[in-house]
Design a protein around this ligand. Structure first.
Ligand SMILES: C[S@@+](CC[C@H](N)C(=O)[O-])C[C@H]1O[C@@H](n2cnc3c(N)ncnc32)[C@H](O)[C@@H]1O
Length: 484
């Protein structure tokens, strides 16, 4: 599922979504220092873009055809650290974000912000735009310390899915929270080598010293040393300043659950700022995983009854998100009886294949899921027929089919077959107990060769099914996957 991250900063949100299995394909921000860090840690590009220019952004972002847009518009104007003037410019970016989403209309979007956004008119405006665009909305304030982050950081998340009902994710977002908040000792053990540390308070009415046996307070964009004159506060967990120090920049990035190897390059001030801006990676992953599970369940539910849209066969559950996106795209299905009328004998006949000429890279290829037990029968030569599922997309040039590669669930593709004949038949030809009137596309196939030494884990997008793909395209795609 293609995800685009807006206001990406150094990539906390992106990384969490990647860790939950999403494919982030592009990201945007207008701060070069953050883009530099982002680009030195991810394979896909993060580009400079002023996201207040909605028209230009819609054009640029649409070029990635995202299935999901995620983003945390700047929150200084709403956050308790800022001036709280939502009309001083940056608050508008929340509305611009909503405008971009409602113009591109990805099936799913996520908006992250500080919890104070709940009290603003900008959120009311943004919500209205989302509703008018047809999104069902769910939102929640999450405390990161209950989502695998050793930090009390409250953040607002809104998830929108086209055509859904409001509140669809509310319980799911609560269900996975941990029972207890995570402390620094839970996360780091004793590896920090300290028991207490200093974090500069906003006012001396508040304490500045914290214990590693509690979640850290919110990691902010500035990190100050402990002033010589700091006096122990009544709420400090220790009575002496001896050995108490502020956390290092690296430690603060680790509390934001960036991995140890995440590469922060740039000035200290910039790095502190982008670390403080970031969505903690594990918090982003928590939200992303909740969405992924929800999409899987949604796919299953819709599979049991919606005839109009492309629904997923149980065999394709491994690709839940892809399937849900397919559903949201309303892919039309093959009407087998109509195809049978159009091609009463067969759709294609490639019986005269001349194997001596080697492979013809220009020929069209069908990649389609075959259940594990059936693949074994194919591979040991017990069967030479493949019948499609009932929910076969009609976006296919049936009369161009030539090669076939079975997609093995959880593994990908490896073996190449010729399609000798493609026709309408029935499952009954293979399974005698099946209804003969249960029409399917049937392919009589012949093994050509094992194309790859091991299975290539390509993403099988069922609505695409690689039917308008040539053998050359699939080889190029697999080489790209390998980074060749
Ligand atoms: C809260 S931070 C995002 C943090 C990011 N989601 C993460 O997890 O690391 C907001 C970002 O918005 C960017 N930004 C502010 N105004 C912008 C604009 N007009 N166009 C693009 N990006 C902008 C800032 O540079 C900043 O990196």
């Amino acid at each position: 599922m293609r995800v685009v991250d807006l206001f990406c900063g150094c990539g906390g949100l992106s990384l969490g979504f990647e860790k939950a299995g999403f494919d982030v394909v592009a990201a945007y921000d207008n701060w070069n220092a953050a883009l530099h860090v982002y680009n030195s840690n991810f394979k896909h590009p993060a580009k400079f873009l002023d996201l207040s220019d909605v028209e230009a952004c819609v054009e640029e972002i649409s070029s990635y055809s995202p299935n999901m847009i995620i983003g945390g518009p700047p929150c200084q104007d709403f956050s308790s650290a800022g001036k709280r003037n939502e009309d001083n410019g940056r608050g508008d970016l929340t509305v611009h974000y909503a405008e971009i989403i409602s113009k591109i209309k990805p099936p799913v979007f996520v908006m992250e912000n500080v919890d104070r956004i709940l009290k603003t008119n900008k959120l009311v405006e943004a919500k209205q735009l989302f509703k008018e665009a047809g999104y069902g909305l769910s939102y929640q304030v999450l405390d990161a310390s209950y989502c695998g982050v050793p930090q009390r950081r409250k953040r607002f998340f809104m998830v929108g899915v086209l055509g859904e009902e409001d509140g669809f994710l509310d319980t799911a977002l609560e269900r996975g929270l941990s029972k207890d908040p995570m402390t620094l000792r839970d996360y780091f053990g004793n590896s920090l080598g300290i028991e207490y540390y200093y974090r500069h308070p906003r006012s001396y009415a508040r304490r500045g010293i914290f214990s590693i046996d509690e979640p850290s307070p919110t990691v902010r964009g500035v990190n100050r040393p402990m002033p010589d004159g700091y006096e122990i506060h009544a709420n400090d967990p220790v009575q002496s300043k001896e050995g108490v120090r502020p956390l290092t920049t690296k430690e603060r990035s680790l509390i934001q659950t960036f991995p140890q190897e995440f590469n922060f390059e740039g000035s200290k001030t910039d790095i502190e700022q982008m670390i403080g801006n970031a969505v903690p990676v594990n918090l982003a992953k928590y939200v992303a995983s909740t969405i992924a599970s929800y999409l899987t369940d949604w796919g299953r539910k819709k599979d049991n009854g919606n005839g109009n849209r492309l629904t997923i066969s149980s065999a394709i559950q491994k690709q839940p998100i892809a399937s849900v996106v397919a559903m949201s795209l309303h892919v039309p299905l093959v009407k087998f009886d109509e195809v049978a009328k159009k091609y009463p004998d067969q759709i294609v006949v490639n019986k005269q294949v001349d194997k001596s000429n080697g492979l013809d890279l220009s020929k069209n290829l069908l990649v389609s899921l075959v259940k594990n037990d059936t693949i074994d029968l194919l591979l040991d030569g017990s069967i030479n027929v493949y019948y499609t599922g009932k929910k076969f997309p009609s976006t296919i040039e049936l009369n161009h089919l030539y090669y076939f590669m079975p997609f093995r669930k959880g593994k990908g593709i490896r073996d190449l077959y010729y399609i000798k004949v493609a026709r309408v038949g029935s499952k009954h030809e293979v399974h005698y107990d099946a209804d003969p009137n249960d029409l399917r596309l049937v392919f009589e196939i012949e093994f050509v060769k094992q194309l790859f030494r091991d299975y290539k884990p390509i993403e099988l997008e069922i609505w695409h099914t690689f039917t308008d793909t040539t053998l050359h395209d699939i080889l190029a795609m697999c080489q790209k996957e390998n980074g060749q």
